[in-house]
Structures are given as C-alpha cells and as structure tokens.
Design a protein around this ligand. Sequence first.
Ligand SMILES: [Zn+2]
Length: 158
Amino acid sequence: MVRIGFGYDVHRLEEGLPLTLGGVLIPGRKGGVGHSDADGLVHALCDALLGALALGDIGLHFPDTDQQYKGINSLLLLEKVMSLVREKGYEVGNADLTLALQHPKVAPFISSMRASLSSAMRITPEQISVKATTTEGLGLEGREEGFSAYAVVLLYKK
Ligand SMILES: [Zn+2]
C-alpha cells in the first residue's frame, strides 16, 4: 500500500536571527521567526509525512503553546514524526522539497540539507530531493518578508 502526503509552511524573516533550513545554518542577515528554530523546510516535510497517514499536522503534535518546543531543533521533531510513521508500519519511498526564498542563495547548502534530513529520517540522501527557487522578487518571499517551503512524500507499507 502506497500513500502520498503534502506539506506547506511559511515563516517570517527578521534581521539578526539565525536562518536554519533543512537542519543547516545558512549565513545571512535575516533569519526565521518561530516558536521552534523556524526551520520551515523541516516543518513542511513533517506535515507531508503526517498528512500521508492522515495523522493531523505538526501543530497538533507539537503545539507552539508548549514550552518544551521553544527554540527546539526541528530535526528532533522530524525524528519523532518518523517514529510515528514507522509505528504505523510505513517506510519512506522518497521526498521532494521546494524552498521559495529570495535571499541568500542556498544552492551551496543543498547537499548538506539532504545529508542532515536523511540522517534524521534514517533514509539515504538519494531518497530526498531539495530544490530552491526565488520568486523573481514577487510576493512575500520576493520582498524578503519571509520564505515558504513545500514538500511531498511517498510512503509505502513495509
Ligand atoms: Zn514552521
């Protein structure tokens, strides 16, 4: 049995905050605002995994009113979501992620992101794709007010 999931996330960007995407710290003048480390790429992936099994979303499992998740490394949330996926008897076929961010250029960090995500998920880097695009200066991403992330995953029953 095969199941597909989709995830989407947006975070605001502010000066002077660290920017963590896919578990990798990206140098730049702005970073994501959020209760956790604001790693929207990981959050979109978590939502896709949960969505594939109709298990709700990241806000349901890790509420932002809960102090234990304040500033948390989102890779730890991803590990917890993967435990749920495996408890249900599913394994990841592949995941495909897209990040929409105007600035800075993240191309040099893509392979590190794939390594950190696949390590947290205990899958191979070949099973996870990370792509990045600008929005050509348009919208919230183009104005550098924030970034958005999209993820699709395919799960199969072991
Ligand atoms: Zn988020």
